[in-house]
Design a protein around this ligand. Structure first.
Ligand SMILES: CC(C)(COP(=O)(O)OP(=O)(O)OC[C@H]1O[C@@H](n2cnc3c(N)ncnc32)[C@H](O)[C@@H]1OP(=O)(O)O)[C@@H](O)C(=O)NCCC(=O)NCCS
Length: 161
């Protein structure tokens, strides 16, 4: 079993975009196949651009990164009452990085007076979010950037509970 990771969560810096893009692509391509067919994974990974993170922040997303071993190993975003992105580098999966990011995002949402959080989980994220107290509201086909619809789960957590 690997040693516990020293994980630091912080706000994004403008020059993080390339490292975030690398984590995003690797996470989809290497963790995605545990829940989806190859063509679904490719459609999910299609069209990612480093500028996209900056654009999302300009449109109101709060984006955090997790660092461990002196590099970015995950990122997550919050917009209004929604966790709208959360990805962990595949070689760091199941070492608490996703939990550290999610707890920081929930804490920010609470500080802003939000009473609940929603998200659309992938089939890979579903057990992770259940573990963190999210409950299923609906199952849907969710559009990916490449156009293919993939199975997903709409989930919600009451932050006051
Ligand atoms: C979902 C994701 C963010 C989880 O990140 P992570 O850093 O691996 O999660 P953690 O190590 O914090 O996991 C915490 C707990 O969640 C549950 N969990 C996490 N991944 C799981 C999995 N693949 N299967 C079952 N349970 C899982 C476990 O209870 C785990 O605790 P344990 O490892 O002690 O058993 C990561 O798998 C990922 O990036 N997936 C690909 C992208 C994706 O689908 N993102 C979600 C978009 S909505």
């Amino acid at each position: 079993m690997p040693a516990p990771l020293d994980i630091k969560v912080r706000a994004v810096h403008p020059d993080d975009a390339t490292a975030i893009l690398r984590v995003h692509e690797q996470s989809i391509r290497e963790l995605g196949p545990t829940g989806y067919a190859p063509e679904e994974v490719e459609s999910w990974a299609a069209g990612l651009r480093a500028e996209g993170y900056v654009e999302e922040m300009a449109s109101g997303e709060t984006l955090l990164v997790a660092e461990a071993e002196s590099r970015i190993v995950g990122f997550g975003g919050l917009k209004s009452e929604e966790i709208n992105t959360l990805y962990v580098a595949p070689e760091m999966a199941r070492r608490g990085v996703g939990s550290a990011l999610l707890q920081s995002l929930e804490s920010i949402a609470r500080d802003r007076g939000r009473r609940r959080l929603r998200l659309t989980a992938t089939l890979i994220g579903e057990p992770f979010y259940r573990r963190h107290g999210y409950r299923e509201l609906d199952r849907r086909k969710h559009p990916t950037r490449g156009g293919i619809l993939i199975d997903s789960v709409v989930m919600e957590k009451d932050l006051a509970a």
